[in-house]
Design a protein around this ligand. Sequence first.
Ligand code: SAM
Length: 433
Amino acid sequence: MSAKADPRALAAQALASVVAGQSLRAASDSSAAKIHDLRDRALLSALLHEGARWWLRFDVALDAMLERPLRERDADIRALLVLGLVQLQIMGMSDYAAVAATVEATRALRKSSFAGLVNALLRRWLREREARTAQLDREAATRTAHPRWLIEKLQFDWPEQAESILAANNAPAPLWLRVNRRRVARADFVAQLHAAGIGCQLPQAEPDALVLDASRDVTALPGYAQGFFSVQDGAAQQAAILLDLHAGQRVLDACAAPGGKSAHILETADVELTALDSDARRLPRLRENLARLGLTADVRTGDAAVPHDWWDGKPFDRILLDAPCSATGIIRRQPDVKLHRRADDIPALVATQARLLDALWPLLGRGGRLVYATCSVLADENASQIAAFVQRHPDARAVAAPLAWHAAGAGRQNLPGESGMDGFFYALVDKHN
Ligand SMILES: C[S@@+](CC[C@H](N)C(=O)[O-])C[C@H]1O[C@@H](n2cnc3c(N)ncnc32)[C@H](O)[C@@H]1O
């Protein structure tokens, strides 16, 4: 089998490039395109996600077992070995099948000279796994496969919940959908899913949401092409509700791409929406999403921190700032955050968020509302950010969001996995009349 079609070999190459800095999404998309068999594609995706999720545990395990370090040009073999351990320890594959297929993948990588090493190392793991697992479990970083700085920050910000956050980050996330109420009633859509043999749950608190019983290719679900639904976590579905939308309002989604929340805003009320993003490469996807759902917005490329370049001078009634953030609330969906995010990134993100808040505030009309959102669980980006903002702006009044989540300063925080949802923070800030 060539590397082209061997899911383990492709996953190893992709995982090595994620470790070197490529985003998991980009690596996953480009390697999936090389595989046609749907089951192999699903295996590739599972290997890649679990490999990134558990890298910081099994990479250390390898270091302890390798007699000589692998060369840099053999980063794909290191990734293949980590994937071997992930198959044995995390994915529940039979020992024999996992070892045999991983050894075979060295051939697909055209590195069959490593077949003996891969075979010997995985077999040694099987013989010694109890002692080696106990050793890895002694340190929080290798037990939970998280970087130390993040563990410490979570322990500081969420001392009682840190362990459950770390555990939730290591569990795959359920598949949430948002039903496009302009195209179909939720009950009718559920009936169509049931008729197709697809089970789902209906969360009580999210009026447009449903959670599928199992992950699947959403483009093959009934009504995809007709725009009946979008993929969106339940926590993200709160934004449009918290904006308190009414027909005729002028609304700004300041960091809009790929448009999940923009679309929900337009599905919820007949508003005039400006959907802005500074990254022009992300806007075609936003436009495609709106077109599929039958929605229209004024889509613009622009820096939200420099309104002079794109604002027509008319105040907005509502502003959503879904700010660029550490993504520490969605590690279960994007486990490469563990590998790519550094402690030093946080002050820079906090400064950007503050700059965006300050630049957007003058665009909000009196009596208007700004909703600040992040998919972070860190206080610096959330509670402290909003406390400092309200301090700087005497006409800003933080209002408690009607969410049964953790109180986080003036905002509300869902932690990863709670109510099946992502880690998310919202703060509502109203402008005095
Ligand atoms: C969290 S994502 C937004 C997700 C989006 N709201 C959704 O629900 O689909 C943050 C977005 O902010 C954009 N962004 C970052 N800095 C920006 C800036 N200065 N002005 C406008 N957009 C910015 C990024 O390109 C990215 O698309």
